[in-house]
Write a protein that binds this ligand. Structure first.
Ligand code: ZN
Length: 505
């Protein structure tokens, strides 16, 4: 017993050092996106590459395999959801996955994705898919090799999805997203045909940036983001980055003439930040102190952004302050007009600008296409045509150019394949958790209308943040809601909100 405890301790110390290296890398990455001077870029890339290699070496050290082998049948794994069993299970998974990838493939992938991102930037600028096609073909080929090296049960896409949503399967995601698509397509069409439409011009009046910033920080703190353990800064591409147990950085961008961008961006990133800050600090760097999956992370940001922030109760509380802050923009606007404008649903070309309904259709299109690419059912040169066909079919629109179509996202050029579905999984988890929170806590809307957000934040912390990786996402959903992941709570939430607004249903 004493021996095994020493071995376990050595394993934990070793891995925590890898996590420390990764947190240093995160500080440098955050600095790169925020305050780094332009000429520092090349050396920063060297620093980051060096740190990435150092943490990878540490995590694939054969000693880790030996320690894990010594621990895996011991009393440490007796309670499968306990801390020590979680440490051993998740580290073993990570160690095996990393060890299966040949060094040559890792290096080729790193090179191809650097080139892929550069080629993507140029191709998008020139609206020239043909110049991007060969690089993407190579990336898809490497991703297929990766899937073969790592192994999978049913579909090679399973192996890629697993990097972002551990334990999730293509078949299950397909089941849920197909059901969602079948119900969303007619809902979007009915909304588009409705004669009742919001006055969205309200949102592009003048909202001075300094006031937006002040308000954003105030709301972020009010829903529970802790500014003693975090910061909010400005970047072109907003993100949330945890860089230690007491340091979480979120970012946003402001547009004086489009209020929702920064406001909902801040709510979104605060949701990610509140999850990060809700993890157990004493287990920082070990799986029970880490987030479960990208889908669960996204469920936390989406909940504060959409279920809370785009809800009527929230604005009942918030609108008087807003009207006072932005008097010249909002004197002639009512709460109902403002609330409707915030919830406009309109099929559009660009994913990152999409509303909370059509957003899922953008994701489903990408999920279906990347799956077909990995399975070999679709060839890269045929991708733009397939893209246009799906946009016609699901959203009733067609991109006039590839720049606003298949070239709009960085993901594929960066080798992020299997990543897109986590966005919609986030929306689905979020609705399912929120329905349960309402059942457990009573009238959340009533609380929000009085500016009370702590009951929900504390519920999320207890049920979702504190367990870390002790459960898989699918287990956590069942444990909290008593049901497997389903598209129904999201659909019910969207219908309940949108049908009265648009006078349909
Ligand atoms: Zn997010």
């Amino acid at each position: 017993m004493a021996d095994i405890m020493q071995t376990y301790q050595a394993l934990c110390d070793h891995v925590r050092e890898a996590a420390m290296v990764e947190s240093i890398r995160a500080v440098l990455g955050w600095d790169e996106q925020t305050y780094m001077p332009p000429q520092a870029g090349d050396y920063r890339a060297e620093q980051i590459t060096w740190l990435a290699a150092a943490s990878h070496r540490r995590r694939t050290d054969p000693q880790v395999g030996e320690w894990l082998a010594a621990c895996e049948d011991s009393e440490l794994v007796e309670d499968p959801h306990g801390d020590s069993a979680t440490v051993i299970r998740e580290l073993k998974r990570d160690y095996q996955k990393r060890s299966k990838l040949p060094q040559s493939l890792v290096e080729e992938m790193a090179r191809a994705t650097v080139l892929g991102q550069q080629a993507w930037v140029q191709a998008r600028k020139d609206d020239d898919f043909a110049s991007f096609s060969p690089v993407l073909t190579q990336i898809i080929d490497l991703k297929r090799q990766q899937a073969e090296a790592v192994g999978y049960e049913e579909s090679p896409y399973d192996a890629l999805l697993d990097d972002y949503e551990p334990g999730e399967t293509t078949a299950n995601v397909h089941r849920v997203l197909s059901s969602l698509r079948e119900d969303l397509v007619p809902l979007v069409a009915a909304i588009a045909e409705s004669s009742t439409q919001p006055q969205v011009e309200i949102l592009s009046r003048s909202y001075p940036v300094a006031l937006q910033k002040e308000l954003g920080e105030q709301v972020s703190a009010q829903i529970g983001f802790d500014f003693q353990r975090g910061r909010l800064d400005v970047t072109h591409h907003p993100f949330c980055s945890g860089m230690g147990p007491f340091d979480c950085r979120i970012t946003t961008r402001y547009d004086e003439h489009f209020f929702p961008m920064a406001f909902f961006g801040i709510l979104h990133e605060s949701g990610h930040g509140i999850y990060d800050q809700g993890l157990r600090t004493d287990l920082y760097g070990l799986p029970p102190g880490e987030f479960i999956s990208l889908g669960i992370h996204e469920s936390q940001s989406r909940m504060w952004e959409n279920q809370v922030g785009r809800g009527r109760a929230f604005w009942q509380y918030m609108f008087p302050t807003l009207q006072e802050t932005f008097a010249s923009a909002l004197t002639d606007v009512t709460l109902d007009q403002f609330y409707f404008a915030l919830n406009e649903v309109r099929p559009s070309l660009i994913r990152v600008e999409a509303d909370e309904v059509t957003y899922n259709l953008h994701i489903i299109i990408r999920f279906e296409l990347e799956q077909a690419l990995i399975q070999g059912d679709l060839q890269v040169p045929d991708l733009p045509a397939a893209w246009r066909e799906k946009y016609r079919e699901f959203l009733g629109i067609e991109p006039p150019s590839d720049a606003d179509g298949v070239l709009q996202d960085i993901h594929w050029g960066a080798g992020l394949i299997g990543y897109f579905p986590t966005y919609s999984l986030g929306n689905l988890y979020s609705a399912q958790f929120f329905a349960q929170a309402t059942e457990d806590l009573g009238d959340l809307e009533d609380m929000f209308s009085r500016g009370e957000f702590m009951p929900l934040k504390n519920w999320l912390q207890e049920k979702i943040h504190q367990p870390g990786k002790c459960y898989r996402a699918s287990e956590l959903v069942e444990r909290i809601t008593g049901q497997p992941l389903s598209h129904e709570p999201l659909l019910a939430y969207l219908r309940a909100k949108l049908e009265p607004l648009y006078g349909i249903g």
